[in-house]
Ligand binder design. Structure first.
Ligand code: NAD
Length: 259
């Protein structure tokens, strides 16, 4: 996909899905702003993409000042924001609602909901001024169906889909598109952490059991999610807005029986 002449901002861009999206934008010729609180990995990725083609901006997406900081850094470096992957997220703990830690609940909502809201709050005005732009928020299949033991994560990802629909309705008339991507299990640090929480002594067994319920019988890769994010940001998706694109190997449509 051709992104030459475009500027793309990716939050949570230092690792996992965001990293694959940042590299995909760069391959397509975009200027890339990698935003993350992981300064080491973020700076390394910007250096890998190359001087003049990418910058790294250290930011905690839960803090409005940091969000304004990465928006301004993108404008100072490259003069516009055409594509925005609002992607940073955390999983929290695995525990039933009846035992869930309040501080962990707040932390998950702060990153996954407030962080996505603040991204929209500060990037959309730029796109409105430009009269163009495309946003993809990273939700999850946990934004469409529940998973026992993940009350904060599931609630937060349902909220991301709500924010996506509202923003799409607001800025659609201005020619700006806002969509959500809903990955199923994707091989990143996040699912490894979840597997360690579910089965500390045998985390591999969690992947085996979970993959057995997926029609494609495997976890997805960050690149497979990136392909859909890039499509949604591209002109190929010019009539797509307010949508939830599921990238889950068929997990939510047709989970295997008896797994
Ligand atoms: P990851 O842990 O590899 O990457 C997440 C990145 O976000 C990290 O670089 C991390 O430093 C950054 N981040 C976290 N909190 C931040 C904050 N407050 N400010 C700035 N940066 C912050 O995980 P991933 O799997 O690539 O997750 C990316 C997104 O995809 C998340 O929103 C996650 O909920 C979503 N998702 C992941 C999966 C999966 O199976 N991996 C499935 C569905 C949805």
């Amino acid at each position: 996909m051709d992104f030459s002449g475009k500027v793309a901002v990716v939050t949570g861009g230092a690792n996992g899905i965001g990293r694959a999206v940042a590299l995909g934008f760069a391959r397509g010729g975009a200027k890339v702003v990698v935003v993350d609180r992981d300064a080491e990995a973020g700076a390394a990725l910007a250096a890998e993409i190359g001087r003049g083609r990418a910058i790294f901006c250290a930011a905690d997406v839960t803090r409005a000042a940091d969000v304004q900081g990465y928006v301004q850094a993108a404008l100072d470096a490259f003069g516009a924001i055409d594509c925005f992957h609002n992607n940073a997220g955390i999983e929290g703990r695995i525990a039933p609602t009846a035992e869930y830690d309040e501080a962990v609940f707040d932390a998950v909502m702060a990153v996954n909901v407030k962080g996505v809201f603040l991204g929209l709050r500060h990037v959309l005005p730029v796109m409105i001024r430009q009269g163009r732009g495309a946003v993809v928020n990273t939700a999850s299949i946990a934004g469409l169906v529940g998973t026992a033991g993940m009350p904060a994560y599931v609630a937060s990802k349902h909220a991301v889909i709500g924010l996506t629909k509202v923003a799409a309705g607001e800025v659609g008339p201005l020619g700006i598109r806002v969509n959500a991507v809903c990955p199923g299990p994707i091989a990143t640090r996040m699912v490894q952490d979840i597997a360690r929480q579910v089965s500390p002594n045998n985390p591999e067994s969690v992947e085996e059991r979970y993959a057995a319920a997926i029609p494609l019988r495997r976890y997805g890769t960050p690149e497979e999610v990136a392909n859909v994010v890039l499509f949604l940001c591209s002109d190929l998706a010019s009539n797509v807005t307010g949508a939830q694109y599921v990238v889950d190997g068929g997990r939510t449509s047709a989970p295997a029986l008896g797994v």
